[in-house]
Design a protein around this ligand. Structure first.
Ligand code: FE2
Length: 304
């Protein structure tokens, strides 16, 4: 879309970016190097980053959480590895921008949903929930989401509503997308560490992608150095620890622009840097160019 100066641009929709599981040092480096620039260039209003594998591939420390927030994230979500670094049991209580799955048992430290005020003054509800298929037997994720969405309805109690479903199976994530279609701005899957090609706006207006993909080195087995996973698959003998792969990470996620009602107007996958085919929203480039930015020369453009 282009518009001449005498044309009235349509109302600017809220711009969200969700970044998938940050894996170890390589993933953190991509966040540090790219997120501040993306926030500025795309004029992002709210950024959520899944950080549950940020500390050596397992869990998150307070220093790393602070680092991700300082890079421009408004909220850090997690999943089954949330408490792998035991300090998270303590600091999650004093860090309202860090979420753990909402369907953990009552009494678990931290919170699974929170309402934030974006820079533009809009209210954003983020809910982190964990699937149960091939995972720990937590409380029903659908009942938990029903509770949270019901308590803070989109368009009434909040202007945007994001759900990070941390789950193993595509079916459970897809079912969650349809469960809240029309009631959430974005439902995005994490945990499987591979971006899926099914990004879409569901029939009732919720942006959806089964897996955002990890922000890690893709010359790996889901972010880990290949040798140990391969050894465990080929021989059933105990071996070394899993170590995060250290090559250049691909920053992976989903970009969404909302309409005034909080539902998705457009969405696009994001893959910047590293080994994967590059992707970014083309719909924010026009506006960038009217502001004098040459987004085609953007950070992370694929090398030829
Ligand atoms: Fe996970």
């Amino acid at each position: 879309m282009t518009h001449s100066p005498d044309q009235q641009p349509r109302e600017r929709g809220m711009r969200l970016l969700f970044i998938g599981d940050v894996i170890g040092r390589a993933g953190r480096k991509a966040i540090q190097e790219r997120l501040p620039e993306l926030r500025r260039r795309w004029a992002l209003d709210f950024i959520v980053v899944n950080g549950e594998n940020a500390a050596g591939g397992f869990g998150i420390t307070e220093a790393i959480c602070d680092e991700i927030l300082a890079a421009g994230a408004d909220c850090v979500t997690t999943g089954n590895h949330v408490f792998d670094q035991r300090e998270a049991l303590v600091f999650i209580e004093r860090q309202p921008r860090l979420l753990r799955p909402v369907n953990y048992p009552p009494g678990t430290p931290g919170r699974g949903a929170n309402l934030y005020t974006a820079e533009n003054g809009r209210q954003v509800l983020v809910v982190n929930v964990q699937g149960r298929v091939f995972m720990d037997a937590l409380d029903d994720p659908f009942a938990a989401i029903e509770r949270e969405v019901g308590a803070c309805p989109l368009g009434m109690a909040c202007d945007a509503l994001l759900v990070d479903i941390h789950a193993e199976t595509s079916s459970e994530k897809m079912a969650m997308g349809h469960f809240v279609d029309g009631r959430a701005s974005l439902v995005v899957g994490t945990h499987t560490h591979v971006p899926t090609a099914d990004g879409q706006i569901l029939p009732h207006g919720t942006a959806y992608q089964t897996d955002a993909g990890m922000t890690g080195d893709y010359d790996s087995v889901i972010g880990m150095e290949k040798e140990e996973p391969l050894r465990r698959f080929t021989r059933k003998t105990p071996g070394a620890r899993f170590e995060p792969a250290q090559g250049e990470a691909t920053l992976c996620g989903v970009a969404v622009e909302l309409s005034a009602d909080g539902l998705a107007r457009r969405m696009a996958p994001v893959r910047i840097g590293g080994r994967l085919a590059q992707a970014k929203p083309d719909f924010w480039e026009d506006e960038g160019e009217t502001r004098g930015w040459r987004l085609v020369e953007e950070i992370g453009a694929p090398r030829r």
